[in-house]
Design a protein around this ligand. Structure first.
Ligand SMILES: C[S@@+](CC[C@H](N)C(=O)[O-])C[C@H]1O[C@@H](n2cnc3c(N)ncnc32)[C@H](O)[C@@H]1O
Length: 203
């Protein structure tokens, strides 16, 4: 397997030591998208919040330090759930954070449960964008928001690691599918011009 194929697998479904290293690299590379998501989320204490595809749980840890919310999350990789649980051990013991293995398309959460749901750089790996956005809509309370942090198709096209295995969407498609599944408004916030955006879907 080439280095690019290996990295791609680790970004899509991180496993073991290589997954730990890959997600630590992502923490550094994704600082601006994280900041974009934090701004779009505008969390307030006591909200019920979920992250989809949290990787090593770095951003959840930051948020849980700063906001007294209830945090939930799923990731498709059991190794990442273990890593994120270790990292967030204190919050988990305090019963402020609940993490489990799960798929964005079928989260297992109740209807109308969250004030806010977010994901950073995972939609490229979802099996079906429309089903995934439908699921985000289902688990949000009325007036809740889903924040989707993405790199643009044009930027991903410049990365050798993303030349296979990534489903790259235009911002227009990400917006149109959100409206199609029922979100009443979709706002595209620029994080880094032409490169990174934080899309806010309003239920
Ligand atoms: C590129 S990493 C991003 C991790 C983290 N969001 C970040 O930005 O640092 C993608 C993460 O999404 C997870 N993932 C991929 N497909 C998923 C799916 N269908 N449902 C839930 N998680 C998924 C992977 O296991 C991995 O942890």
């Amino acid at each position: 397997m080439s280095i690019n194929e290996n990295m791609r697998e680790q970004f899509k479904n991180p496993q073991g030591l290589a997954g730990k290293i890959a997600t630590t690299i992502l923490n550094k590379q994704n600082e601006r998208p994280y900041q974009g998501a934090i701004k779009s989320l505008a969390l307030q204490d006591n909200e019920v919040v979920a992250e989809i595809g949290f990787g090593n749980g770095y951003l959840l840890e930051r948020l849980a330090h700063d906001y007294h919310c209830l945090f939930y999350g799923i990731d498709i990789s059991a190794d990442m759930v273990e890593l994120a649980n270790e990292r967030n051990d204190t919050f988990i013991k305090e019963q402020r954070m609940f993490l489990k293995v799960g798929d964005a398309l079928k989260t297992g959460y109740e209807n109308d449960f969250f004030n806010k749901v977010f994901t950073i750089n995972t939609v490229y790996f979802w099996d079906d964008l429309e089903l995934g956005l439908q699921e985000m809509y289902r688990i949000l309370k009325t007036n809740g928001i889903f924040v989707n942090g993405v790199y643009t198709k044009e930027f991903l096209d410049t990365l050798p690691v993303a030349n296979e295995g990534y489903i790259k969407y235009s911002l227009e498609v990400l917006k149109a599918v959100g409206l199609k599944v029922g979100f009443r408004e979709v706002i595209i916030n620029e994080v880094i011009k032409d490169k990174a955006y934080s899309i806010v879907y309003q239920k």
